[in-house]
Design a protein around this ligand. Structure first.
Ligand SMILES: Cc1ncc(COP(=O)(O)O)c(C=O)c1O
Ligand SMILES: N[C@@H](CCOP(=O)(O)O)C(=O)O
Length: 469
C-alpha cells in the first residue's frame, strides 16, 4: 500500500514511513493512494469474529508490505486484549433501533485507546527493528494525551511531549496525563487553547531544526495509523446490527473530524452506511460547513464537552481532498487561503456531494445537559457530554427510523463529572479500579506560555530521556 499527500507535493510513502511521518513534508496529510474495497460476501463472512480478528481483516491491506501478518496478528491480539469489556466495543440499546457503541472500555476510558494502544505497539515494533529513537509531540484537548501516554509509556525508543490547554481539560483528564511518570514522559500545559497546541505541533513538523536530527512522530489523528484503527469499529457495529445486508447510520461527536472520517472510509470500503451525522458542540465550524457551505474560523469557546473544543479541524482536509477529485494543488491553495483569511466555501457541486452523506447539528451546553438527563430518566444510563451531543444530533437529524442508528460513545462519563452534575443526574460514578487512587497521586506538569519557541526549547532540553537532545 502506498500513501499520498493531500497537498500533492510530498513523496509517496509506504505504511511504515507514513507511521513515522506525521504531517507530510508539503504540510498535507497522508491518505491511501487506493482504498481497499471489500465485497458484501467478504464483509458478511466476518460476522461473529472476535474484535482483534476483525481488525486484522479490515486493516491488513493498509499495512501490507510493511508489517508481517504474524506480527500484526500478535500486536492486534495484545492491543484489544487490554480492553476491559469482552466485546471490546459493546453496543448498548437506548431506544427503538437506537444504539450507543461504547468505545470507552480501554485503559484511559475514551475511544482514543482503540488507535493509540495500537500505535504504541506499532511504533515499538518498527523502531526496535530500525534501532531508532524518536520524539513525539502531541496536542490534546484531554483524551488523546492520556491515551498516547498510556500507549507509548513502555516504548523504549520514544520521548513523548503532550501539550494540553492550561485549565481547559477536566480534572480527571489532566490527572490521567500528569500522574504517569517516566523520564521519557513530559506534560506541558500551554497558556492557550487546543488550536494553539495543535498549531504548535504542525509548526514543529514544518521546521524540525530544534530536534537536532531526531525524528518527530505524531500521535494526533494527522497520523494515518490513528484513522486506520478507527475504521474497524464501524464494521464491528454494523455486523452486529444486520450489516452488510442492512445499512446502518452513525452519529459521531466530532472535533478534529478523525473519527467520522474513519466512518466515511468504512463506507467507501464497502460497508453500507446510509448516513453520517457530524455532531458538534458550540465550536461548530464543521456544522456551519455541512449546513451552509461556510468553513470559517471563529473564536474558540470553552464548553462542557472540552475534548471537542476545536476550531481548526485537521482531518477535514482529507475529506476536501476527495471532494476535489484528489487534486492536491487545489487543496494546497484552499488551505493557504484558510490560513491567511480564516475561511472558505467550496463549489456548489462539491458541497452537494458532501451533503448526500453527511448531516450535522451543533448542540449547546444546555441541550447537552438536557440530553444526559433525558437518557438517564428513560434508561438509567449516564452519558458523557460528548456522547450526549451525538445522541441529540441523532435524534434531530435521523433520516430513517427503520435504519439502525449508532451513536459513537466516545468517552466514559466519569471523566466529565461537571457536565453530569449540571445535568442533575444523581447517580454516583466511580473510577475503575486501576484509576481509583487518581485523586491522591502526585502530578508532574510544566506550564509554558503560548509560545512556539518556549515549547520547542523545552523539548530540545528534555528530549533525550529528560536530558538535552
Ligand atoms: C470524547 C471525545 N469525543 C469526541 C471527540 C471528537 O473526535 P474527532 O476529533 O476525531 O472528531 C474527541 C476528540 O477529538 C473526544 O475526545
Ligand atoms: N479530542 C482530542 C483532540 C485531538 O484530536 P486527535 O484525534 O487529532 O488526536 C483530544 O481529546 O485530545
Amino acid at each position: 500500500m502506498r500513501y499520498i499527500s493531500t497537498r500533492g507535493q510530498a513523496p509517496a510513502l509506504n505504511f511504515e514511513d507514513v507511521l513515522l511521518a506525521g504531517l507530510a513534508s508539503d504540510g498535507g496529510l497522508y491518505v491511501p493512494e487506493n482504498l481497499p474495497r471489500f465485497t458484501q460476501e467478504e464483509i458478511a463472512s466476518w460476522a461473529g469474529l472476535p474484535y482483534h480478528e476483525l481488525a486484522f481483516r479490515v486493516m491488513r491491506p493498509f499495512v501490507e508490505g510493511s508489517i508481517a501478518d504474524a506480527d500484526f496478528k500478535k500486536i492486534l491480539e495484545e492491543t484489544y486484549g487490554e480492553f476491559a469489556h469482552a466485546a471490546v466495543a459493546p453496543l448498548r440499546q437506548l431506544n427503538s433501533n437506537e444504539w450507543v457503541l461504547e468505545l470507552f472500555h480501554g485503559p484511559t476510558l475514551a475511544f482514543k485507546d482503540f488507535a493509540l494502544q495500537l500505535l504504541g505497539r506499532l511504533l515499538d515494533h518498527v523502531l526496535a527493528k530500525r534501532n531508532e529513537r524518536v520524539v513525539i509531540i502531541g496536542a490534546t484537548s484531554g483524551d488523546t494525551g492520556s491515551a498516547a501516554i498510556e500507549g507509548c509509556r513502555r516504548c523504549d525508543n520514544v520521548d513523548i511531549f503532550i501539550l494540553h490547554p492550561h485549565q481547559r481539560v477536566s480534572e480527571v483528564q489532566r490527572r490521567q496525563m500528569t500522574t504517569i511518570f517516566g523520564d521519557n514522559i513530559h506534560n506541558i500545559a500551554v497558556e492557550g487553547n487546543f488550536d494553539d497546541c495543535q498549531e504548535m505541533v504542525k509548526a514543529s513538523f514544518a521546521d524540525q531544526s530544534f530536534l537536532k536530527g531526531t525524528r518527530l512522530v505524531a500521535v494526533n489523528s494527522i497520523n494515518w495509523a490513528r484513522i486506520m484503527a478507527q475504521i474497524v469499529y464501524y464494521f464491528h457495529a454494523a455486523l452486529q446490527l444486520g450489516g452488510p445486508a442492512r445499512s446502518v447510520a452513525f452519529s459521531v461527536p466530532t472535533g478534529n473530524f478523525g473519527d467520522i472520517f474513519a466512518g466515511y472510509l468504512a463506507r467507501n470500503m464497502g460497508l453500507p452506511v446510509s448516513q453520517l451525522i457530524v455532531a458538534t458542540n458550540r465550536n461548530d465550524i464543521l456544522h456551519r460547513f455541512m449546513s451552509g457551505n461556510q468553513y470559517v474560523k471563529e473564536t474558540l469557546h470553552a464548553t462542557l464537552s472540552p475534548s471537542m473544543d476545536i476550531m481548526v479541524s485537521s482531518n477535514f482536509e482529507r475529506l476536501l481532498f476527495d471532494l476535489h477529485g484528489r487534486n492536491g494543488g487545489a487543496i494546497a491553495e484552499l488551505m493557504a487561503n484558510f490560513k491567511q483569511g480564516g475561511g472558505f466555501s467550496v463549489e456548489q457541486d462539491r458541497w452537494t456531494e458532501a451533503r448526500k452523506l453527511f448531516d450535522s447539528l451543533a448542540v449547546s451546553d444546555e441541550q447537552t445537559c438536557e440530553t444526559i438527563a433525558e437518557v438517564f430518566a428513560a434508561t438509567g444510563e449516564v452519558l458523557d457530554p460528548h456522547t450526549a451531543i451525538g445522541v441529540k444530533a441523532a435524534r434531530e437529524c435521523r433520516r430513517s427510523l427503520d435504519t439502525p442508528m449508532v451513536v459513537l460513545g466516545t468517552a466514559h462519563p466519569v471523566k466529565f463529572p461537571e457536565a453530569v452534575e449540571k445535568a442533575g443526574v444523581g447517580k454516583a460514578l466511580e473510577l475503575p479500579a486501576h484509576l481509583s487512587d487518581l485523586f491522591s497521586r502526585e502530578e508532574r506538569c510544566t506550564v509554558l506560555a503560548n509560545d512556539l519557541k518556549a515549547v520547542q526549547g523545552f523539548v530540545s532540553q528534555h528530549g533525550n530521556r529528560g536530558k538535552p537532545l
